[in-house]
Design a binder for this molecule. Structure first.
Ligand code: COA
Length: 371
């Protein structure tokens, strides 16, 4: 194998002007802006604009952008019909993958100069698809997804719970969306760039990314982390169970990272929101259990939580079903994926690496009658 370890770790696979991961400072910035500052002072729509268009918007551009996103929340009737036929038992990531692909048939990209409009369309429509399907199968309602909420955070919680979200929950969701928006050449973004490099259409790039994000070693880790946390009623149950899991060589979901070998800079930020929500709902189980898991992993393995770990309890305290955790990641990361598709297309080269061959030496074909 060429330099680097398995899975292309340590290999530089291209250039990007969108994001840095694991560099000096806090280690993560979007187009030069530190993630801590964005999570503290900005909002998701502003960050989405920054990622898609390269600069922070002024007031007029921001207002127009938000209005366009609102107008993109409606779903065409054939797509609603498809969503109603996707089974209730389907995984919501499969629903998003299907919905994105279906929209690509209904509103196909006929030229690359439509890419920004399609990115905005998906940013508006993906949460609508998810929640239309979810509420149709959970409550038998045909949701009106065109609402007047200014933010995705507020829209999402409103469509899910059928009531206006309180301010703490709205802001926690907003920060979570900021943190999930972009992360350089992670697996799903790379999948999107590979698809883009073949000059495929925008929807195909995003469909490839959604399928790649689904796995538990990537986006699916937030759901797997909640499954782990929920196993414990009390903090004192954590240590023996984790010792046994590690002895069996199991991965502890929501911990470790390919690039960050110490702290994922997003983790302490989402942890503070998990704590605030835990206090607000009077939790005495999930947050203490989560902190005990974290302390154990750092003490015993020197492995730190990534963004997915405390995102799990944050969403739990907002009463969000576990199967919607990774789809929320999609609703945010569409911004980063889109920015990478634009960047790939702007300076394209087909992504097609080589492999070291380890199979049999050349040999003659033997007809079936002689085998
Ligand atoms: N639990 C237990 N051990 C872990 C671990 C975890 N979550 N993450 C890494 N390790 C251990 C590995 O077992 C390995 O140990 P070894 O050298 O004794 O075999 C070592 O740390 C290196 O791990 P490796 O999986 O080779 O590193 P990677 O860079 O390929 O992995 C992840 C990165 C994210 C795939 C990995 O940390 C992981 O699977 N984490 C859990 C899933 C998760 O949270 N994914 C979301 C990522 S944002």
């Amino acid at each position: 194998m060429a330099q680097g370890k398995g899975g292309l770790g340590g290999i530089v696979a291209g250039e990007t002007a969108i994001c840095t991961v694991g560099k000096a400072g806090h280690g993560l910035n979007y187009r030069g802006y530190d993630i801590e500052e964005l999570a503290d002072k900005s909002n998701f729509e502003e960050v989405a604009y920054l990622l898609l268009y390269g600069e922070l918007p002024d007031k007029a551009k921001f207002k127009a952008f938000r209005e366009r996103l609102k107008s993109h929340r409606g779903l065409p009737a054939p797509l609603r019909a498809i969503l109603e036929r996707v089974p209730a038992m389907a995984h919501p990531m499969d629903v998003l993958r299907t919905g994105c692909s279906a929209l690509g048939c209904l509103e196909a990209e006929s030229a690359f100069d439509q890419q920004q409009e399609i990115a905005e369309r998906l940013l508006g429509a993906l949460p609508s698809m998810l929640l239309y399907w979810h509420r149709f199968h959970r409550d038998g309602v045909q949701l009106e997804t065109l609402t007047n909420h200014d933010s995705l955070a507020s829209q999402f919680l409103f469509l899910l719970h059928d009531c206006e979200p309180d301010e703490l929950q709205r802001r926690a969701m907003d920060v979570s969306l900021i943190l999930y928006a972009e992360h350089e050449f992670n697996a799903s973004t790379f999948a999107a760039r590979v698809a883009a490099s073949t000059l495929s259409d925008f929807y195909s790039c995003i469909t490839a990314a959604i399928g790649t994000l689904r796995g538990p070693l990537h986006g699916g880790a937030n759901e797997a982390a909640m499954e782990l946390i929920s196993r414990f009623e009390r903090p004192d149950e954590v240590e023996p169970a984790l010792r046994a899991a590690l002895a069996a060589k199991e991965k502890i979901m929501g911990f470790g990272h390919r690039v960050y070998k110490k702290m994922d800079p997003r983790s302490p930020i989402i942890k503070t929101w998990s704590k605030q929500l835990a206090d607000a709902v009077g939790d005495s189980r999930y947050f203490p259990v989560s902190e005990t898991i974290e302390a154990f992993m750092v003490r015993e393995k020197n492995i730190y939580p990534n963004l997915d770990f405390y995102s799990a309890s944050t969403y739990h305290f907002m009463d969000i079903p576990v199967s919607l955790y990774t789809p929320i990641f999609v609703c945010s990361r569409i911004t980063g994926w889109a920015a990478h598709v634009f960047e790939q297309r702007a300076n394209n080269a087909l992504i097609r690496p080589s492999a070291d061959y380890v199979g049999p030496d050349e040999r003659p074909y033997v007809p079936m009658s002689q085998r």
